[in-house]
Structure formats: C-alpha cells, structure tokens
Ligand binder design. Structure first.
Ligand code: SF4
Length: 351
C-alpha cells in the first residue's frame, strides 16, 4: 500500500506524524512524495485556526474525488469526540472517511522524530490552561507529562545516532511535571504547581549536545529557576519563544491569560538581565473581540519594547466550543484585522 501523510499545524503535530509514518513503514507500506500517488492519504489536522481546518478539508475532498482511502487524525478527532455539533457537521460532510485518534498509530519502539536537523522530543501532551480562544485543551485534553527517565532515554538514543540538536516540545513545556505535584505556590499572583522543567532542561543541557531548544512557553510558568538554568548552560537556545497574544490588560483577561502587560514586560526584563544574549519570538492574536484601535496600540507597544526577532501573527477566528466563541461576538472586521496584521508583519517580520 502506498501512503502519504499531510501535516497541518504545530510542531507537536509534526512529531505525531513521524509516529504515523513509522506505523505504516513498520507494516511494510511504501511512503510516497505526493498525495496524488498514494492509495491512502492520512490528514493530520490542526484546529487552532479556521484556515488550517479549511486546508485539511480541501485535501480530504480532493483525495476522495480521486477515490483514495482517507484517514483523518490529530486535533479534529479530539474535538469531535466531545463536541457533538461539530461531529454531526463533519460526519455529514465526510462520509467514508476513517477517523483515527493519534494513539492508534502506536508502534512498539519510539521513532526518532526529526524536523530538518533537529530531533523533536515531546515531554508533555495536552494543556490545563483553558485560554478562552483556544481549542487545544478540547482537542488534546489536560496536560499529561511523560516521565523524566523516558525523555532522557530518548535524548540519549538520539545522541547515540549522531544527533546534536534537540527540541523539547509540549503545549506548555515550562509547566512540565506540575501535573505530578500535590503542593502549590504563588507565582505572578496565581496559585501554581511546581514545574520540573528547570530540572529536566538542566539534565538535557548537561548532555553532549550543541543546541537544546524548547517550545512553547507560557509567561506565568516561566520561573526564576528556569531563567537560572538557561543562563548557566550555553548550549540552550538563546532565541526564546514567549507568546504574549495581546498587549491590553482587558483583552488578556478576556483571553484568560494570567498576566498583565506589565507582568509580561517585567518577565522579559528579568530574562534579559540574566541571559545577556537572549532574543525573543512570540505569538500574537490580532482582532480578538473588543480589540479597539487603542487596545491594539498596547500590542504594538509591547512589540516596540521587546523587539521580537519573529512573531507568528494570527487573525482571530472563533473556534467551535471555546469560551470566546460562546461569550464574545467576533466584532473586529476582517479588513481591520488584515490592516493590523500588515502593520505588525512590517514592523517585526519584514524589517
Ligand atoms: S496555553 Fe493557552 S493557548 Fe497554549 S495550548 Fe494551552 S490553552 Fe491553548
């Protein structure tokens, strides 16, 4: 059987697709370079943005027109498990398609998951944060951390095979291990549970590696212990991805992001103080409900102050079943979202 895997979305999906490939390869199937040559097309979906969802549906339709077997996996499968409205819509539009949860692609060994020359190592799955716009907690469930020994063994295996660059991945890497704790403490005004990420990062950085990177981070879990570890080990990537999403405090509150603009900027300053050569990248949502011109200027102001190297800019689109879809009207016109997008794109990514 000839198969083709198409991945949409984040680096987590890229890593999951390696499991899908290993699953079919270990069955003796042949991987081909284009969906048109395949008998079976596996679509690893992303639900974070409407545009990614639409592109996945386009591929499913085209594959079905050419009478190919289609398997949908990834975030859409997680979402339709819980959202009956979405399930009915998808089932009506795509009869004859198989829906496989990503766990179904298990193989009895851990494949080396690579992206360019970097090995991707998932350290946790899911997320506990419930940002109001985000579908990830519905699609992937609550955060579950892998055990540290298993992660370190996978790092050792990658090194043994000659790899020098490691990327630790999770929806929120710096809360890694907090689901294993019972005692909490207060950080940035909120009760949090101790993360084991600084300890894990230190253990990985002590190995024979040229570069250790990690994504994605949340400001409220970025502890002083973590900053100390980054400062101490020179092989830890100096480009830190620190999503802030919006600059206005009222919008941040509606997004259920647990920090203010000032707290975010203070954190950036604390990191800059300890890690002298640090650079930052970020994620920004443009046109969240209620984002007036004035509130958008707070976003622009953060960009000006932090001087990001790269920003991943997303125009807000309501996702099915999320709090923001239910509570807030998508009231910023697309024309305005596009203008704001162009402004940030020129300010950060096209300099
Ligand atoms: S931290 Fe927020 S934005 Fe990131 S995956 Fe979790 S809920 Fe989504």
């Amino acid at each position: 059987m000839k198969f083709f895997v198409q991945t949409f979305g984040c680096i987590q999906n890229t890593a999951d697709s390696e499991k899908v490939r290993s699953y079919f390869l270990s069955n003796g199937d042949e991987e081909v370079k284009s969906w048109k040559e395949a008998d079976t097309v596996i679509v690893n979906t992303c639900m974070v943005r409407q545009s990614a969802e639409n592109r996945a549906y386009g591929l499913v339709r085209n594959s079905q027109k050419l009478k190919k077997k289609v398997i949908i996996t990834g975030c859409l499968v997680g979402v339709i498990k819980k959202n009956y409205r979405k399930k009915a819509e998808v089932m009506k539009n795509f009869s004859g398609v198989d829906f496989w949860p990503i766990e179904k692609f298990e193989v009895d060994y851990e494949p080396i998951k690579k992206f360019n020359d970097t090995v991707l190592i998932p350290i946790s799955y899911g997320c506990n944060n419930m940002c109001s716009y985000c579908i990830v907690p519905f699609a992937r469930g609550p955060e579950i951390s892998r055990n540290m020994e298993g992660i370190l063994a996978e790092v050792d295996e990658a090194i043994k095979k000659g790899n020098k660059n490691i990327l630790l991945i999770g929806q929120n890497v710096n809360s890694y291990g907090s689901d294993l704790q019972t005692c909490g403490y207060v950080h940035m005004g909120k009760k949090r549970f101790k993360s084991l990420f600084p300890e894990l990062l230190k253990k990985v950085a002590e190995k024979d590696l040229e570069k250790v990177s990690f994504v994605s981070n949340n400001p409220w879990d970025f502890s002083d212990d973590l900053i100390e570890v980054i400062a101490e080990y020179k092989n830890i990537d100096r480009l830190i991805h620190l999503p802030f999403q919006a600059g206005d405090d009222e919008i941040l509150k509606k997004m259920n992001r647990n920090y203010t603009k000032k707290e975010y900027l203070d954190l950036v300053e604390r990191i800059k103080e300890k890690v002298k050569d640090v650079r930052f990248s970020t994620d920004i949502i443009i046109g969240f409900p209620g984002e007036t011109d004035e509130k958008f200027e707070e976003t622009v102001d953060i960009c000006r102050q932090v001087n990001f190297e790269v920003a991943y800019l997303n125009k807000y689109s309501p996702r099915p079943g999320t709090v923001s879809e239910k509570l807030y009207k998508d009231d910023v016109p697309m024309k305005v979202k596009k203008e704001r997008w162009v402004r940030l794109e020129e300010m950060i990514n096209k300099r």
